[in-house]
Design a binder for this molecule. Structure first.
Ligand code: PEP
Ligand code: MN
Length: 256
């Protein structure tokens, strides 16, 4: 517990996908006003349907990098292709490996090698059908390549339950803390699938001892080009951060 009091909780917030400079800067401003430091935004989007918005690609990456610098925020985006690793490693502070690519070992090796040189962070999401031990094994592709800032991210798994988009495996947080020295993030938006569940899942993740939270935020969720139903509005996000700050303080922890 003494050790827990020292660990801040990192909030990684931002839209599912970067859509425009205006959209991302309004989210960045809200994050900065909340006293937080990380901005997310998908640029190359892995979508279930080929007919869905695929992200702005290079243009999205430039917008994310520019807005991060303008607002003094660290940035994270997903890398879906070995061919993009170098470019994304140059553009952002953290490379996200998504649920669909947790077991793409060639991508893990490429990201491991690149970040071993650059010193950039990596966020490794859990596959939707991966056991904790498969997920931890995947993380070792990164660490054995020499990547030094790897964080694991629980984001829900596929079960028989259909009331949520995915079943958030909250027990993964204390289990991974027992089995690994890597910090654990909980993405509370993708398992929720609907924004009204996000606050409860976020509080549960903090109570479970997570090191970071990932929360999707959009200035106009009904018009979002991806994952609209699960994204918080700017004011819902600010209110949740206030509530999380109170909860974290009760546990001797701070948000950053
Ligand atoms: C995301 O965070 O943008 C994303 C696509 O998440 P996941 O890989 O967990 O589905
Ligand atoms: Mn999303």
């Amino acid at each position: 517990m003494a050790e827990q009091t020292q660990r801040p909780i990192t909030i990684i917030a931002g839209p599912c996908a970067v859509e425009s400079e205006e959209q991302l800067s309004s989210v960045a401003e809200t994050i900065r006003e909340a006293g937080l430091s990380w901005l997310r935004g998908g640029t190359f989007k892995p979508r279930t349907s080929p007919y869905s918005f695929q992200g702005l690609g290079d243009e999205g990456l430039s917008i994310l990098s520019a807005i991060g610098k303008r607002f003094g925020l660290s940035t994270i985006t997903e890398v879906v292709d070995v061919a993009h690793v170098e470019m994304i490693d140059k553009s952002v502070d953290c490379l996200q490996i998504g649920m669909r690519n947790m077991a793409n070992y060639e991508l893990l090796k490429a990201v491991g090698n690149a970040t071993a040189k650059s010193g950039k962070h990596v966020l490794l999401k859990r596959g939707m059908a991966a056991t904790i031990s498969e997920w931890l094994a995947a993380s070792e592709y990164l660490t054995t390549a020499g990547s030094t800032h790897v964080m694991l991210c629980e984001r829900g798994i596929r079960t028989f339950e259909t009331a949520t988009r995915f079943t958030l495996d909250i027990a993964a947080v204390p289990i991974v803390h027992k089995l690994s020295i890597l910090p654990v993030c909980v993405d509370v938006s993708h398992p929720a699938g609907q924004s009204d569940l996000v606050p409860a899942l976020a509080k549960a993740a903090v109570a479970a001892g997570c090191d970071a939270l990932m929360i999707e935020v959009h200035p106009d969720p009904p018009h979002a080009l991806s994952d609209g139903p699960q994204q918080l509005t700017l004011s819902q996000f600010s209110q949740l951060v206030d509530e999380l700050r109170t909860l974290a303080a009760a546990l001797g922890r701070e948000l950053r």
